[in-house]
Design a protein around this ligand. Sequence first.
Ligand code: AP5
Length: 213
Amino acid sequence: MRIVLLGPPGAGKGTQAKLLSEQYGIPMIVAGDILRERAKVDEGIKRYVESGRLVPDEVITGIIEKRLEEDDTREGFILDGFPRSLEQARALQEYLESRGQKLDHVVFIDIPEELLVKRLSSRRICENCGAIYNLITNPPAEDERCDICGGRLYQREDDKEEVVRKRLEVYKKETEPLVSFYEELSVLRKIPGNGAVEEVYARIVDVIESHGN
Ligand code: AP5
């Protein structure tokens, strides 16, 4: 099954990608995580990511296509954070078509903007295993430590309020048009992203299973 998770920054894409990857036994490919890893050794990428601007289409498209060549994607994948512009969406369509494949579901997690800034400014991530926490809605048992592996929790550079505002602006301009793009291809599944993590997850599974997988 080939799934794309679409939604504004902080909609819960990463949180849900992890659950879906476990449920369906297919890898999650997280564009932001790949780019943050690269940013450690590439100043150019670092500047884009930390300022909330999109890395150039050809850079990220090349990275994702290479990742999709790997063996573990044979049964499918969950793409989180890619595509993020019309150009990326078209490139992905062409790439999949050239392999005789197509997307099964583009899950659009829809959520009011005022919730996003609050969620992102209280997000913390484990530097060791990548587990995602929220100081308000899903706090760790011990301050600043991961419940799963004991790793230190950190705040992403781009989760500072002014960068979050920039990311939202970029989302509206570059990424929101993908909703109609995928609607026209009849693969868009829109679900409300408010409510507890488990509720949102149940909505996604429901919409995927009701459309057949
Ligand atoms: P990226 O890492 O993809 O950031 P994003 O899309 O802005 O998404 P986030 O990771 O911030 O949010 P999320 O939806 O995954 O939410 P999460 O589950 O963590 O991209 C970062 C940067 O990389 C971009 O700005 C750009 O520079 C670059 N980049 C990435 N992809 C690119 C591309 N394709 N092209 C070009 N550049 C690219 O949840 C957020 C918080 O809410 C957490 O604290 C979580 O615990 C909490 N939460 C989640 N669900 C719920 C719930 N139901 N109730 C309460 N709290 C919840």
